[in-house]
Design a protein around this ligand. Structure first.
Ligand code: GLA
Length: 392
């Protein structure tokens, strides 16, 4: 389904739910991170792309002078009501509407107060799959609020507003990658983001002989559970022990020299981050040169480091990567790794486009045999970032 078709279908769902057509329609994509994992909150580099999976929100004004926002999701939960006449606060932890609530709060704080409206949200980004369903929800809400208020934010400010919503309303101390790519994705490009300077470079990926194949292990990942925050704290501790502002400032040989004085866990966490930042820059060079075997090797190395040093993988993610390795370059697989925060969710594999059918079948069959879980597989071209669609 194209994005326009998806928008049309969400408009129809809105009309069914509220008895009138929407006036505004906004969409924001999920993402897959090709490489650069757990580097964003260490001021490092990341290389994600937006995927052709979106959160779409349709909305229309409610009665004149109303300060009420009604939001409903297409999965059929009861509509949620937010009163803009009162100061906004986070709702109960773990509720999905904390994301739009936090974004609304960010707009209100900037004096961009919308009048009351009714909204319906529909998402094709798998939830809890490590493909940034949360960022897609935040960024689509922000894009909708820009359309409603008629005022736009600078892309960096918009991404940071959404990140703040996630920190303060969802209690997840995420970095900046997911919101940046959902705002700034460009068709046929990866985004090389320097998370320290926030400078971005679009890296073209137009070679149609390769594709990125995403495998959802269908093991749900839960990042608000504490392990993510723990990793973040361990990195900060390692940076303190090394006497630097962040792990971005550490060279591999400096880290080796300091090893004996460091806590062994902090050392391994730091080794992952330092190595991953280097791998990400090499991979961006590899993509620019269409050097797929090199990019693939870097992806495997990234996975091994996330599994052994950073300890954020799980047996199901490892199983997909092992199967990918056993298919190998002869079978059309250049590389594979877990993607996103970890502890479940998805892998991303770089594969030869002409072999993607056979690779998918083999991955799915062998994964199910090993784990007794049915995976979900799909490919995506690098997609564009958030956008306002024509409503109605
Ligand atoms: C989650 C966070 C991101 C990033 C990744 C790991 O997706 O939201 O900010 O830290 O994990 O790379």
């Amino acid at each position: 389904m194209t994005l326009d078709q998806l928008g049309k279908s969400v408009s129809e769902q809105f009309a069914k739910a509220y008895g009138r057509p929407p006036r505004w329609l906004a969409a924001a994509p999920g993402r897959v991170n090709v490489i650069g994992e757990h580097t964003d909150y260490n001021d490092g580099f990341v290389l994600p792309m937006a995927i052709e999976r979106y959160t779409v929100i349709a909305a229309a004004p409610s009665s004149p002078d109303s300060k009420k926002v009604r939001i409903q999701s297409s999965v059929g939960d009861a509509p949620v009501s937010i009163d803009l006449g009162h100061p906004l606060k986070p709702a109960k932890k773990g509720t999905w509407y904390n994301y739009p609530r936090g974004v609304l709060a960010g707009f209100v704080a900037r004096g961009m107060m919308p009048a009351g409206f009714d909204a319906l949200i529909h998402s094709t980004v798998p939830l809890g799959g490590g493909l940034s369903s949360s960022a897609a929800l935040e960024v689509s809400t922000a894009t909708l609020l820009e359309a409603i208020t008629g005022k736009t934010l600078e892309p960096v400010e918009k991404a940071l507003l959404c990140q703040k919503a996630e920190h303060e309303y969802a209690g997840m101390p995420c970095g900046i990658m997911d919101q940046f790519i959902s705002v700034m994705g460009r068709q046929d490009h990866l985004l090389l983001l320097d998370c320290r300077s926030r400078k971005t470079e679009l890296v073209p990926m137009t070679d149609s002989s390769v594709e990125l194949l995403i495998t959802n292990t269908n093991v749900k990942h839960e990042l608000t559970g504490g392990e993510y925050a723990k990793r973040r704290a361990q990195c900060e501790e390692a940076a303190r022990a090394l006497g630097v502002a962040s792990l971005r400032d550490v060279e591999a040989d400096t880290l080796e020299r300091a090893r004996s004085k460091m806590d062994p866990v902090a050392y391994r966490r730091a080794r992952h981050v330092v190595g991953e930042i280097e791998r990400t820059l090499h991979a961006a060079e590899g993509v620019r040169a269409s050097n797929w075997p090199t990019v693939g090797q870097l992806m495997y190395a990234s996975h091994a480091s996330l599994r052994d040093d950073y300890e954020v993988s799980c047996p199901e993610l490892d199983a997909v990567v092992e199967i990918a390795l056993s298919i190998g370059p002869k079978g059309g697989v250049y590389g594979c790794r877990m993607t996103g925060g970890g502890f479940g969710g998805c892998t991303v594999a770089l594969v030869q486009a002409e072999k993607v059918g056979a690779i998918s079948e083999r991955l799915a069959a062998e994964y199910e045999k090993k784990t007794k879980i049915k995976p979900t597989l799909f490919t995506s071209r690098p997609a564009a970032g958030a956008t306002v669609l024509k409503a109605g």
